[in-house]
Every structure is written in structure tokens, then in C-alpha cells.
Design a protein around this ligand. Sequence first.
Ligand code: GRG
Length: 290
Amino acid sequence: MQKRLIKIAKDTNSFLKRFIQNQKKTELIIPMRYGLFSGGKKIRSKILIDFGSLFELDYRTLIIIGSAVECIHAYSLIHDDLPCMDNDSIRRGKPSAHVKFGEATAVLAGNSLLTLAFEILSHKCLNIPDKAKTNLISKISESSGHLGIAGGQYLDLSYEHKKISKKKIIEMEIKKTGKLFSFCCAVPLIIKNKTKKEIKKFENIGADIGLLFQVADDLIDFKGSLSTAGKKTGKDKKKGKATLISLLGYKNTVKYAKNLILKINNKLKTYGSKSREVSQTLDYILNRER
Ligand code: GRG
């Protein structure tokens, strides 16, 4: 699993490097590259490829779509670290983008990474039918805006220092983190022009994977250290963040995460040994230290 993750990260980075190299040079390329290439597991690309493999989709096609997802992810991290958001000075063991380049540059580099995702998905190098392209662009836009990442981030900030119900915390985590995973899981079905119902089924699996990912991230914040996590830990408690740990406690949150894995694996049972890679990725997501 780890070897495959490293290969996917390498192939995603190579594609992105080439794509950016083929564009006209600007001052923003340096902070954009910093957001994309200063570490980062590329776990969303891995999930996309795991699910693409269930439907025997072409690897290069998936790498291109994964690259677009990673641009949006990198954008969200740059903006998440800003003083007006979570105000974090360290990311991936290095200074956050706004610390290194200044706040205005970080905002603009983030914005440029968001639009780069759409440039990639609409580019001719992505060789899929136009209808599939339009549907992918529509879905990834929905996942990123007020119904997805940005909306989830808004709730995350507005829930600070408040007593929030489990249902609302889960909804917030699914928007903030889950929606991009939902997109990754739905990609093969969108390309194969499957029904809305089938697409929804995979989006729901993706939402659970995103929830698992966010819960694991919260566990790292609770138990991890700066040297292993590559970012400051213990922040959620200090900031009064509404997390499942704050509500259920550490042990019950671990149990909750393990149950999520069982639930996801169960939904993929019909794919037999083809879903083994997904299962291994889920275990990695829960047991990772960074
Ligand atoms: C991106 C549309 C858009 C809006 C910005 C700031 C913001 C609004 C959203 C923040 C959302 C956010 C950062 C959610 C946290 C998700 C999370 C746990 C990130 C860590 O992801 P990893 O561990 O990061 O995959 P690496 O470093 O491996 O790339």
C-alpha cells in the first residue's frame, strides 16, 4: 500500500510539474509550487485510483483528475492556515505559505491553485468525453464551494467554543473534508455515465471515507506531536473546536472510526478482492501519524 501511495504521489507531482511548466511563468508559481510539492501524502489521489481500479479505468486519466483534486486540496490548506482561518504557522513540518510568502501572496496562490484545477479538468490532455468532463467540473465545483469545503470550513469556525451536537459535527466534517473524497469516489461512475443513484451511493461511501480521514486527523491533533505530525498538535482543544473527540472522548472516537471502516468495507464487499487496495488505504488513513 505504502509503495503504491509513493508511486501515485510521484506520478501526480510529475504531471503537475509538467502542466505548470507548460504555462507562462509568473511570480505566483513559486508559492503555488510550495503548496503543491512541499510534502503531502496525495491520499485523495490514492483513493481516486483505488476506486478507479474497481472500474478498470485508465491510470493516466485518474492521475490527471487526481492532480486537479490535489490543487484544490493544496489551496484549502494554504487558506486554512491563514491568520483569519486557523492561524497555523507550520504545515508539513515547514513554515505555512503565508509565513513564507506573506498573507496576500498566500491568498492569491491559493486562488490560483483552485482555478488551476479547472484548467486541468478542461484541458485536452484529459481524454474523456466532453459530457463526462462537464459533469466532473460541475461535481468538483459543488464539492469545493458553500455546499462543500468552504461551507464546512465556515461551520468549523462558527462552532468554536460552542456545544455542538454529534449530528452537526458529522455534517460539518463531511462538508469540510468529506466532499472532496466523495468526488474522488464518484469519478469512475461519472466517467462511465452511471445513474444518479449509483453516483450517490459512491458519494456516500466517499463521505464516510472523508469523515474517517477527518476523525483520524483529530486523533493526531489529540495524541500526536509536532515532530511526527509535521504541524502543531493539541490545537483543537485550545481553540475550542467542535470535534467528535470533544464529545465522545478519545477511546469512543477510535471505536467510531473502526466502525466506519467496517461500514465502508461492507459496502464494497461485492467487489471482492478488487477492493483490497481500498481496505488497505482505509487502515492507513486511521493508523497514520501525519
Ligand atoms: C478549498 C474551496 C476551498 C476553500 C477554502 C480554508 C478552507 C476553505 C477549507 C479548509 C478545509 C480543510 C483544510 C480541511 C482539513 C482537511 C484535512 C484533514 C487536511 C489534511 O490533509 P492531508 O493530511 O494533508 O491529506 P497532506 O499534507 O498530506 O497533503
